[in-house]
Each structure stands twice: as structure tokens, then as C-alpha cells.
Design a protein around this ligand. Structure first.
Ligand SMILES: Nc1nc2c(ncn2[C@@H]2O[C@H](COP(=O)(O)OP(=O)(O)OP(=O)(O)O)[C@@H](O)[C@H]2O)c(=O)[nH]1
Ligand SMILES: [Zn+2]
Length: 192
């Protein structure tokens, strides 16, 4: 169960948000960026973003994470109501240390899925329970989810959150992430 820990105003390059932090069973420093008075307000746009230090912070070209994060924030910054939930589950949940190991295997020709499996780790180890609990905290039962990932939709729908609409999150492919995006589409079912 989560419990509100702290909140404060957070003006950003993409607009004004409020940042909420919660204590949680995993003891992870997840956060939610909120726009407007969203309590009990259904069908607001929500982005659930998984941490990518290399992309989100350093601007790595190996993935489209930063592009998706910035585009989501710019979109949300223009809405009256909305939320971005930022989950600290780096590397699809395997953590930064093993993600970089997986990158090194990808340099030997494995794709993003094969590299995880070769390390004896699941292709995707993520869990969206915290996001469901944040939505419950705000008494929201139905959202417009900003994603291309069908398994995220399945998880939320399996946990009491209706997805009334899917808002695609586009990113501009580059020569560096073409193969990665292709693998996401072919092996992980992403609608890109
Ligand atoms: N293990 C591993 N993780 C990666 C790799 N590239 C990106 N990631 C992680 O993948 C996560 C983002 O997942 P994506 O598949 O890009 O997007 P998504 O959240 O599933 O789907 P969208 O909602 O459509 O963005 C972040 O946690 C990144 O750190 C990689 O090659 N290996
Ligand atoms: Zn990334």
C-alpha cells in the first residue's frame, strides 16, 4: 500500500506540475507529476514511464525513452488535467547494472530481448502496481493511457483500471535505435 509522503509545486520546461511522492512496499523513489485537480476525475491522460537513466538523463540514442518522456511531458503540459507516473524500474526492471551488461551483449549481435534472456533474466521484469495504487489514491478508475505497449494496458485492465483510450507515444527513429524499435515491435508487440 502506498501513502502520500510529500508534494510540492514543480514548474518544468513543459509546464507547471505538482510532484507527489509516496512511501511504498518496494521502498522505491517513484514519483507522480500531476496537472490540475485530478481527484476523482476519470479519463484524464496518463503516461506511465519506466526509468531509463541512459536515455532520460544522458540522452542516449540507443533507445527512444527520452523522446517519449519529453513528448509526453509537452503533451501533458498543455492539458488542464493529467499525470505522469515515473517508475524507478530501470532497464525494464533488471536495473542499471544488468541493463549495461545487456547493452554489451547487444554489441555482440543479440537483440534487446535475447540479451536479457542470455543473462538469465526475464525480457521484461516490470510491475505497474505502484501506478495502479497512485490511480486508486486519486480515486481514478478510467484513464487515457499514453503508450504503445499492449502489456501495460493488459496489466492495468487486469487490476481494475479501464483504458478508455490509448494515446500513441510517437518517437522519431534514428539509425541508432532502429533495430531496437523493430525488436520492440516484432518481439514485444509494441504498436509502433
Ligand atoms: N533491459 C533493457 N532495458 C532497456 C533497453 N532499452 C531500454 N530499456 C528500458 O526499457 C524501459 C522502457 O521501455 P520501452 O519498451 O521503451 O517502453 P514501454 O514503457 O514498455 O512502452 P511505452 O509506454 O510505449 O513507452 C526503460 O526502463 C528502459 O531503461 C535494453 O536494451 N535492455
Ligand atoms: Zn531508454
Amino acid at each position: 500500500m502506498i501513502k502520500l509522503y510529500s508534494k510540492a509545486k514543480l514548474p518544468t520546461l513543459a509546464g507547471d506540475f505538482e510532484i507527489y511522492t509516496f512511501t511504498n512496499d518496494e521502498n522505491k523513489e517513484h514519483a507522480a507529476l500531476v496537472r490540475g485537480q485530478i481527484d476523482g476525475r476519470n479519463d484524464i491522460p496518463v503516461r506511465i514511464h519506466s526509468e531509463c537513466l541512459t536515455g532520460d538523463v544522458f540522452g542516449s540514442k540507443r533507445c527512444d525513452c527520452r523522446d517519449q518522456l519529453l513528448r509526453s511531458m509537452v503533451y501533458l503540459g498543455k492539458q488542464e488535467y493529467g499525470m505522469l507516473i515515473y517508475l524507478r524500474q530501470e532497464g525494464r526492471g533488471i536495473g542499471l547494472l544488468d541493463k549495461i551488461k545487456a547493452y554489451s551483449l547487444q554489441e555482440q549481435g543479440y537483440d534487446t530481448v535475447e540479451a536479457n534472456l542470455r543473462l538469465g533474466l526475464p525480457a521484461d521484469k516490470r510491475d505497474y502496481t505502484f501506478a495502479v495504487e497512485v490511480l486508486n489514491y486519486f480515486h481514478i478508475t478510467s484513464i487515457k493511457l499514453m503508450t504503445n505497449n499492449p502489456s501495460k494496458i493488459d496489466f492495468l485492465e487486469g487490476n481494475g483500471i479501464r483504458i478508455s483510450e490509448r494515446i500513441p507515444v510517437k518517437s522519431e527513429p534514428t539509425p541508432y535505435d532502429e533495430f531496437y524499435l523493430d525488436t520492440k515491435r516484432v518481439k514485444m508487440g509494441h504498436q509502433i
